[in-house]
Design a protein around this ligand. Structure first.
Ligand code: MRU
Length: 332
């Protein structure tokens, strides 16, 4: 099914609030089904973040903001709600940034609905700015590689890594995107490819293990998103990002990370301080509920890895593009 949605100009978003309920696209059902789910209390929102009904750092942040809104509207204890929502997943800085930002707004007496809507809208605005700054990196004929899903689904709308691609397409450029499938949850194949299909952007899905092969043949540019970027420029992103960054260095391919300020964590000095989420091993050993691994073999399932700053050419933010050495300028 082809739908006009999630392009930065349409009504449909990855997560939104209406009539005292939080609405989400159930991202676990894509691309086969566009299913909407609604939640009327913050504990369900925290669960939806944990089970990845909603995923991608800025969308997780917006969902968290709306969860805080539900808690405030219901007269619940805000500190307890903040704690429960923050415990949903450990790695994406946006989750913590959003809860703290909503806590501040509520303490100032702001209207919960207005504050959470403003938070979600600010993510879209930041992504549009990221698109504007990143578009210049894409030339006519560029071959680009991306990983996981850092598109509209991951950011309420528009995307981070996909924002420059949307902007380049709007500027009339022709280019090609390699989409790595992103084992084990397949966000690249099921979500990024789906978004690029909706947008009419030429692309091909590749197995994760084929990334270096295609880089050796002439990829021009790599753009990924991030879940947490720390003071020295190390960053966490979906497992497999580190392999791509190392291969990109070998083949001299510029590696860019697109992210809004909500993803930067200046309280941490280096990537060693980033908490990496480890998810259920069945995400690795099972497909559609059927075990495909030998009975008795255990699996390891880190959801993220940390890429060192020296493999990054630049961070594409809503304030411009910065090298790892310039990272503190993001806060100016
Ligand atoms: O586990 P997920 O699907 O939430 O992980 C998402 C990613 O790693 C994205 O690349 C990242 O959040 C950036 S989203 C703009």
């Amino acid at each position: 099914m082809k739908v006009n949605c999630l392009s930065g100009t349409k009504d449909l978003k990855a997560v939104w609030y209406e009539d005292k309920k939080v609405f989400m696209i159930d991202q676990r059902k894509l691309p086969g089904n566009i299913k909407f789910v609604t939640f009327d209390n913050y504990k369900e929102v925290a669960k939806a973040i944990r089970n990845m009904t909603v995923r991608g750092a800025p969308s997780i942040g917006a969902a968290a903001a709306y969860g805080m809104c539900l808690a405030a509207e219901a007269g619940e204890n805000i500190a307890t709600a903040a704690e429960v929502i923050k415990s949903a997943r450990p790695t994406a800085n946006d989750l913590f940034y959003a809860v703290d930002s909503m806590t501040d707004s509520l303490e100032k007496g702001e209207d919960p609905v207005a504050a959470s809507n403003a938070y979600a809208q600010s993510m879209i605005d930041k992504c549009l700015a990221i698109g504007k700054f990143g578009e210049g990196l894409i030339k006519n004929g560029s071959e680009i590689m991306t990983h996981c899903n850092a598109g509209a689904l991951a950011t309420v709308d528009v995307g981070t890594a996909l924002a420059p691609m949307r902007a380049a397409r709007d500027a009339g450029k022709d280019f090609f995107v390699y989409v790595s499938e992103t084992r084990p949850r397949l966000q690249g194949m099921q979500l990024t490819a789906w978004e690029l299909m909706q947008e009419g952007i030429e692309h091909a899905i590749i197995p994760d293990g084929a990334s270096a092969h295609y880089m050796s043949k002439g990829v021009d540019l790599i753009i990924t998103g991030a879940d947490r970027i720390v003071s020295n420029g190390d960053f966490a992103n979906k497992i497999g990002t580190l392999d791509k960054a190392i291969s990109a260095k070998y083949y001299n391919i510029p590696f860019y990370v697109a992210a809004p300020i909500s993803t930067f964590d200046f309280s941490a000095d280096t990537g060693e301080e980033i908490v990496i989420e480890h998810r259920d091993e069945r995400e690795v050993t099972e497909v559609n509920g059927y075990r495909i691994a030998p009975v008795g073999s255990k699996a390891l399932n880190p959801a993220f890895d940390v890429t060192p700053a020296n493999l990054v050419k630049g961070f594409i933010t809503e304030k411009g593009i910065f090298t790892p050495d310039e990272i503190s300028k993001v806060m100016e």
